[in-house]
Write a protein that binds this ligand. Structure first.
Ligand SMILES: [Zn+2]
Length: 292
């Protein structure tokens, strides 16, 4: 699958102008590390992400715009690779990381994780150099009306190194996250479904709790990061102080700043405060941890 993706990339970068512009934009992106406690987060300034960061995702705004993931609305040059019976893998024309992919369901149906963990795990196994992500419909997905995942190169993926050896509830990491590691697919899906159910119960949020998920497959084992969220956007977004809206990739340690003025001044303390604010509160996190 990795080879097929590589061939698609070599074709699309020459034939699809919007992707070519995105790849140029990523090449010009500036990245700097900020230290928080014992780990670092990379702040990445990518102007072409401003549309996603500030996307209006309320039902009224969504109903007014054509869905940009539906096959009929794609750029005419855009090509994909089928994955399973239900999905197609495309390049993301607004990349945050190298080889940024969008994996899109063939039907226009709401973003949801129920019944879809198997697809995520299979994607990770088919693409061992990639991480696979899911952004909940109220947690950073800019197309909450159309089921999709994303993927990207694992070459820059700070959380993998930060959490080496950690299993279960990760603490002292400023963002609350559950880490699952398992080689047994069915058992892992069962654990993840139970975690989602516990989060729904504790946060009283259905059909789905507020979540971001990132995972990868290495050797024979999957590692899954489940970020329970307390809220969608931080208060600094609404006050206009910082135009940032963290989703899975940000929580994994690549923090996107589409505006240059934010990139220049954002500090490790700012990032830590935002992570603490948008992930689930310690009290509820510990309540879920005690049930897992
Ligand atoms: Zn659609």
């Amino acid at each position: 699958m990795t080879n097929e993706i590589e061939l698609l990339f070599q074709d699309q970068i020459h034939t699809w102008p919007r992707l070519a512009r995105g790849i140029e934009g990523l090449a010009r992106a500036q990245t700097r590390a900020v230290r928080i406690d014992w780990f670092e987060v990379f702040i990445r300034h990518i102007p072409h992400r401003v549309g996603s960061t500030t996307a209006a995702v309320d039902p009224q705004s969504i109903s007014k715009r054509p869905c940009f993931l539906c096959a009929g609305n794609l750029d005419p040059e855009e090509r994909g690779i089928p994955f399973s019976a239900d999905y197609t893998i495309y390049f993301n024309p607004f990349p945050i990381v190298d080889r940024h992919l969008t994996i899109v369901h063939r039907e226009h149906a709401l973003q949801h994780i129920a019944g879809e963990f198997g697809t995520m795990l299979d994607l990770a196994r088919a693409l061992p150099d990639y991480f696979i992500i899911y952004n909940g419909p109220e947690c950073g997905a800019s197309a909450p009306d159309h089921m999709h995942f994303q993927a990207g190169s694992r070459r820059l993926f700070p959380i993998e190194k930060d959490t080496a050896g950690i299993r279960g509830a990760a603490r002292n990491y400023v963002r609350n996250v559950f880490v699952f590691r398992d080689s047994n697919r069915a058992q892992l899906i069962d654990s993840l479904n139970r975690a989602i159910e516990s989060l729904s119960e504790v946060t009283n949020k259905r059909p789905e709790p507020l979540i971001n998920i990132a995972l990868f497959h290495r050797d024979t084992e999957w590692t899954v990061y489940l970020f329970p969220r307390g809220k969608h956007r931080p208060s600094v977004y609404y006050t206009g102080e910082l135009t940032v809206s963290p989703a899975s990739i940000d929580l994994c340690g690549i923090f996107v700043a589409p505006l240059e003025k934010d990139f220049a001044r954002i500090s490790g303390e700012d990032v830590a405060a935002i992570f603490e604010e948008v992930t689930l509160s310690d009290g509820m996190f510990e309540e879920v941890a005690s049930r897992l």
